[in-house]
Design a binder for this molecule. Structure first.
Ligand SMILES: [Zn+2]
Ligand SMILES: [Zn+2]
Length: 407
């Protein structure tokens, strides 16, 4: 009897179908629904495309004035990892579909890779150019950021002949002074932001797109909060785009470059699945997106390699690796909550708001508030304190870069 029932159940159980198109077998599990590959690809692409459409709505002043070729160009930061590649692919498909429908696109995309030392290739620009012929690609050295980097004098004084060194040598000397992998990674990350901003300004671009997934942003939030630097994360994840510190923008005070995270609604694991099923443009089922990755590129790998021995970052990463699988809503909630917090109560990157200005440490990006006239060094968490925008290092960086007690 029970055998009969089992056999009956097995027979009547239909092959699980995609819950969206109801025609193809489901191959992807995105928790709320089971999808076929094609519907899954649409599901992933829709998230960043919706974010970009919101950016377009908030920044396009008069569409009627726009003529072909005059569309805004968004700068996409290409890390060499899967999430920024997935973002590139999603927006390329968006641009293609707009061009198919109307003959033109409401924005163009310029992808920029910033290569950091040592110059091991983390990206295959030639293959990317071939795969995405309608997009522009560029690559700059991290050292290019130094032209807009207000190197703290107390730091450069420690480096023999700093003034006469070229940018590559200066970068190597600055990084070599970092006493910990965290300090080094923080300085690299600050320089990276500068290189992106300088490139955007030099090319008349005012929007920067970063490819971090919800999982990566949740990790960053937890790790930075645990280090007592949550305020900077709050400022950086504003839903309507974070304005980069005006001290990043040399010679153009008040010029605004906004940063958006179009992949902030997606889990790292879903993006990983996407690049393995999504085909390269015009390649049918042959070439998959993942073939463009040089090292199988785990997202943020470079940074985490650098931070291997830093307990908090590793802890956050391990924590969210488990959470992402079992409780994905926790990941989304962290990012959503941070995006809605009011960053104006916490000091954030040097922008002016209601007459109150704020700044960050040039080496680590940490918020530095100060009562001192020279603006260097003291941290103050009291809300509403007027803070001067002054270049300088925080106390921790003074220690980390061996200039403690100087100046
Ligand atoms: Zn389907
Ligand atoms: Zn610092």
């Amino acid at each position: 009897m029970s055998e009969q029932i089992d056999a009956h159940l097995a027979q009547s159980k239909p092959l699980r179908q995609c819950q969206r198109c109801r025609s193809s077998p489901a191959t992807q599990d995105v928790r709320t629904q089971k999808l076929c590959d094609d519907c899954f690809i649409l599901y992933i692409r829709t998230r960043p495309i919706k974010r970009i459409e919101a950016v377009l709505r908030s920044t396009t002043t008069n569409k009627l004035l726009a003529t072909p070729g005059s569309e805004p160009v968004y700068l996409l930061s290409l890390s060499g990892g899967p999430t920024s590649l997935a973002l590139l692919s999603a927006l390329d498909s968006h641009i293609t579909s707009m061009k198919t429908k109307t003959g033109r696109s409401s924005y163009a995309l310029h992808a920029l890779h910033i290569s950091s030392p040592p110059p091991t290739p983390t990206i295959n620009l030639a293959a990317l150019r071939t795969a995405f012929p309608q997009l522009a690609f560029s690559s700059v050295l991290l050292s290019s950021a130094l032209s807009s980097f207000p190197a703290p004098p107390q730091l450069t004084q420690q480096i023999p002949n700093y003034a006469s060194l070229n940018d590559e040598a200066r970068l190597a000397a600055l990084l070599s002074r970092a006493a910990s992998p965290t300090a080094r990674a923080d300085l690299e990350s600050q320089l990276r932001a500068r290189a992106l901003t300088s490139f955007a300004l030099a090319h008349g671009q005012s929007i920067i797109l970063l490819g971090s997934s919800a999982t990566a942003l949740a990790e960053l939030t937890l790790a930075e909060t645990a280090k007592g630097r949550g305020g900077a994360v709050v400022a950086g994840l504003a839903e309507d785009g974070a304005v980069l510190a005006s001290d990043h923008i040399h010679g153009q005070p008040g010029a605004g470059v906004k940063v958006f995270y179009p992949m902030r609604d997606l889990l790292r694991s879903d993006v990983g699945a996407y690049i393995n099923v999504a085909a390269l443009p015009g390649q049918g089922q042959e070439g998959k997106l993942a073939t463009l990755l040089l090292d199988g590129g785990e997202e943020g790998k470079g940074r985490h390699r650098a931070l291997k021995n830093v307990a908090i970052d590793e802890l956050a990463r391990t924590y969210f690796r488990d959470v992402e699988e079992k409780f994905p809503n926790i990941v989304h909630n962290v990012v959503r909550t941070v995006g809605k917090l009011d960053g104006s109560a916490t000091a954030n990157g040097g922008e002016e708001e209601g007459g109150r200005s704020r700044r960050r440490c040039v080496c680590c990006g940490d918020v530095v508030a100060s009562h001192r006239a020279d603006g260097v060094g003291l941290r103050d968490d009291v809300e509403g304190v007027r803070v001067e925008v002054v270049e300088g290092m925080c106390k921790r960086c003074e220690r980390d870069f061996g200039v403690e007690g100087e100046g």
